[in-house]
Design a protein around this ligand. Structure first.
Ligand SMILES: [Zn+2]
Ligand SMILES: [Zn+2]
Ligand SMILES: [Zn+2]
Length: 376
């Protein structure tokens, strides 16, 4: 996540902000500019704004701002009043039921981070024009979290921190979060877009295994018997060992965590040196658009020292590790495959796209994963 400045007073503002604490300007996130912008009310129509410091047509807040569930903006004269992210909602929970509003607001915050990732990557939210599916969300009470035919279902109970922690312990997971769920389920949607629709199944199978294996039987076996004892030598998580599709979705989510976190670290000026590890990292790093540029090896050269530093920070505060993972070589190759799949798609769909500020400097060569670099 980039840092943003209030376009009225220059104060630092954040992705979820709706008002500048310094100058009181109203703020919103504009998905077309991919930026938080300060707003000035227009005399009409009611609820319309102009973006301070930006040219362009009149804007309004998404209709879900009425529930304090969204701070995204949408053009005043188009659509049904929902922003690009809320427009993906097919079902939201009954807000008259106690607790549902708070849970949904939290789900929306996580979903906005996911949609932000997808827009930064240049990934499509709707592939129906090319015969595919449209990404959609059902936020349901008493439903199973999952993905089917483009629709991501999230059990609203996942927004309950106590219940989530109970499940995290029950399933022996080092990490469980709403954003993690959303990123995982989006992986199933983008498998269809990036792998099936582009006939990449053979190269997928060479790395992840054959997804034609009976999915229902594989999940039943996983839930009955647990993961194979050596799962950590091949996968980013135990659940990833259940079936090649779950392996892809877990790897996809992990890759999104990595890119998003490096983007934030870069925006905050956090670039830890290689903490005594020598793998040729140049420092200080150049500012890249980490969603669009850099080799996978270059990303990992930044990621590993960052996770070690942040784990140390967490331990110093008495918290659990920020990054409780060790990436084995096989999972490293899977992450690199996800990286390539996303970059190939983005390049093919917008080959002329350039990013301001990049003069095409040297990209770091791919590296082998450093051994045992994450604390146990
Ligand atoms: Zn301000
Ligand atoms: Zn919205
Ligand atoms: Zn899954």
């Amino acid at each position: 996540m980039k840092n943003y400045a209030c376009s009225k007073c220059g104060n630092k503002v954040y992705f979820e902000n709706v008002q500048c604490v310094k100058c009181s300007a109203e703020l919103g996130f504009d998905p077309d500019r991919l930026a938080v912008i300060a707003l000035e009310p227009l005399p009409g129509p009611a609820g319309s704004y102009r973006a301070i410091g930006h040219e362009g047509s009149a804007l309004r807040y998404c209709a879900n701002a009425a529930h304090a569930a969204c701070n995204w903006l949408t053009p005043v004269d188009t659509g049904d009043g929902f922003c690009r992210a809320c427009d993906l909602n097919r079902t939201i929970p009954d807000l008259s039921v106690n607790g549902n509003l708070t849970a949904w607001q939290e789900l929306e915050r996580a979903k906005k981070r996911l949609v932000y990732d997808l827009l930064r990557f240049g990934l499509p939210l709707d592939t129906t024009p090319s015969g595919g599916e449209r990404l959609a969300f059902d936020f349901l009470v008493d439903a199973t979290t999952g993905h089917l035919d483009g629709v991501i279902t999230i059990n609203v109970l996942e927004a309950d921190a106590v219940e989530r922690e109970r499940q995290r312990q029950q399933f022996g997971e080092p990490y469980r979060s709403l954003l993690g769920h959303l990123r995982h389920e989006s992986g199933h949607f983008y498998w269809n877009v990036l792998i099936a629709a582009t006939d990449q199944q053979d190269s997928f199978r060479a790395i992840f295994g054959d997804e034609r294996e009976d999915y229902g039987a594989a999940l039943a076996r996983h839930h009955a018997e647990g993961p194979p004892p050596d799962w950590s030598e091949r996968h980013v998580s135990a659940y990833a060992s259940a079936h090649p599709w779950e392996d892809w979705a877990e790897t996809w989510a992990h890759y999104l965590h990595i890119v998003s976190s490096i983007d934030t670290a870069q925006a905050e000026g956090m670039e830890p040196r290689a903490s005594g590890l020598i793998f040729g990292a140049a420092w200080p790093f150049r500012a890249y658009d980490v969603y669009r540029e850099e080799t996978f090896g270059a990303l990992m050269e930044r990621w590993i020292p960052l996770t070690i530093a942040l784990n140390n920070m967490s331990r110093g505060m008495g918290h659990n590790d920020f990054y409780p993972f060790v990436i084995p070589t096989a999972a490293y190759d899977k992450l690199a495959f996800v990286h390539r799949a996303i970059r190939d798609y983005a390049t093919a769909s917008s080959p002329a796209m350039t990013v301001a500020g990049d003069e095409g400097g040297p990209h770091l060569a791919p590296i082998s994963p450093p051994a045992n670099t994450a604390p146990a």
